[in-house]
Design a protein around this ligand. Structure first.
Ligand code: FAD
Length: 455
């Protein structure tokens, strides 16, 4: 009987989806969540109001039959709409097939759907306002603090899954008894959310089917569409320095900064001052740790194991993929929890590290490279090579966003592909000048055939 009990810490996106998977396998699931129930209290959903959902996140939602409901919440984004200083807009498509789009989705709506779905299974209980403060593995006891009353209590557990996000208490507990490494690398840049409301006609004020970017080198503004026809806008900028969150400390400086660097956005941001000075500043870090499990007692998934910076739009997608992979190991090693946890850890850790690296790289791409002619030529050539050699060449962005081959493999192939693109574009200004005979020989000699969507 005890083998049917699982405790989750955290009912965020990953915890509530994990609860759905586990419930469907017949487990009795207890979830302890620090915050109040977002379905009853008007609390912010936490970081980032909306998120980009892509194939890796969609697949697990399909596995548990939630995609039909999720589809109603989605706004497709076909590419990056790059805004230059003069206000000109240029769409850079993410992919070259109709289905190669990513989707903007509300964090709160998706989290609510996963919690509702978990509870509707009948064997999941979510306890709100319960913060896990420590895990005693020897006696298999959790200490929980009621966030409303301050009271502490202890609860027994059989197995605990840490889905408690980047500042995970379960991670700290595992690493207090067994640790190779556990650290957060601060990016030195933070973010602030702003809002472009719907226009007076109730419609979007910019193209809705795109992720808008104002790339400015060391910093950038981005905007993702919402179902209510507004855009959530995010400013990413260094913490310190001439252009930084510290430097912009009054309304005058804020307006001067926006007028100089994002002039076309200013008329669309009626609450700029209020949003900037009242909304919290979110800090960005990459969490890397090992191991992600402890014996047959505990496992980390989602941001608890691998918080990544948000520039590839993959944190949640990766966390959902963790859940699906964990479920596959439960199926494979039926009841052998040492193996289930160890294998999930072994399979996911290299991939968590790979997406962490690629997410940091993508900050440079978004805030800078998208303005560069060579980058645009390489992107066009990457699409052309994908057309000519679809079984070997797939642009790295597409491997990460539109396919499900392991992140680590996408990263490795991406390095080889980048070298090929660099060689082929070394002395050319346009696609017509590329030596495609050399391209064929490079692709065939350096890239093996690829399975983009392993089962
Ligand atoms: C600005 C920004 C934009 C982003 N955009 C994207 C995107 O476009 N696409 C994408 O895929 N990802 C994106 N991400 C990443 C994404 O938000 C995270 O990867 C995702 O939220 C991870 O889900 P999680 O459930 O693991 O953690 P969280 O969402 O952090 O949830 C953890 C839950 O655990 C609870 N909790 C924490 N500590 C305790 C405790 N001690 N006891 C009990 N409960 C606890 C928290 O209250 C929370 O509900 C973005 C992140 C940021 C910051």
């Amino acid at each position: 009987m005890s083998d049917k009990k699982i405790t989750l810490i955290g009912a965020g996106l990953v915890g509530s989806l994990a609860a759905v998977f586990l419930a469907k396998r017949g487990f009795e699931v207890e979830v302890y969540e620090r915050r109040p129930d977002m379905r009853e209290e008007n609390i912010s959903a936490g970081r980032s109001i909306n998120l980009a959902l892509a194939n890796r996140g969609i697949y697990p939602l399909q596995q548990v039959g939630l995609m039909q409901q999720v589809e109603k919440m989605l706004t497709p984004m076909k590419g990056r709409m790059v805004h230059d200083l003069e206000g000109n807009q240029n769409l850079q498509p993410y992919g070259q097939r109709d289905e190669e789009v990513i989707y903007s989705v509300s964090r709160a709506d998706l989290n609510t759907l996963c919690m509702d779905s978990a509870e509707s299974e009948g064997n999941v209980t979510i306890h709100f306002n319960q913060k896990c403060t420590s895990v005693d593995f020897e006696n298999q006891l959790l200490t929980l603090k009621n966030e409303l009353t301050g009271e502490e209590c202890q609860k027994p557990f059989v197995r605990v899954i840490g889905t408690d996000g980047s500042a995970s208490a379960v991670r700290d507990a595992i690493h207090s008894v067994q640790s190779e490494h556990n650290y957060a690398e601060q990016l030195g840049h933070s973010y602030k959310e702003l809002c472009i409301p719907a226009g007076t006609d109730g419609e979007f004020q910019m193209e809705p089917h795109a992720l808008h970017i104002w790339p400015r080198g060391g910093y950038m503004l981005i905007a993702l569409p919402n179902m209510d026809r507004s855009f959530t806008v995010t400013l990413f900028m260094p913490n310190e320095g001439e252009i930084s969150f510290t430097a912009i400390d009054n309304e005058e400086k804020l307006l001067a900064f926006f007028n100089e660097h994002f002039p076309d956005a200013v008329p669309l941001l009626p609450e700029l001052n209020k949003d900037f000075f009242e909304n919290p500043t979110g800090h960005l870090a990459t969490v890397r740790c090992s191991p992600w499990h402890y014996q047959d007692k505990a496992l980390l998934i989602g941001d608890a194991a691998h918080a990544v910076v948000p520039f590839h739009g993959q944190g949640m997608n990766c966390g959902f993929e963790d859940v699906s992979e964990f479920d596959a190991q439960i199926e494979k090693f039926a009841g052998d929890w040492n193996k289930i946890f160890a294998e999930t850890d072994k399979l996911r850790q290299p991939n968590g590290n790979a997406i962490a690296d690629m997410a940091i790289e993508n900050y440079i791409t978004m805030r800078d490279s998208v303005r560069d002619e060579k980058f645009l030529l390489k992107s066009a050539l990457a699409f052309e090579l994908e057309k000519r050699f679809p079984d070997r060449f797939c642009p790295r962005y597409s491997m990460v966003m539109f396919h499900r081959l392991p992140y680590a493999e996408a990263q490795n192939r991406g390095v080889i592909q980048e070298a090929i693109l660099t060689e082929l574009t070394a002395n050319v200004d346009n696609l017509e000048m590329v030596d495609f005979e050399n391209a064929e020989s490079l692709v065939k000699s350096k890239l093996s055939e690829v399975d983009l969507n392993p089962i």
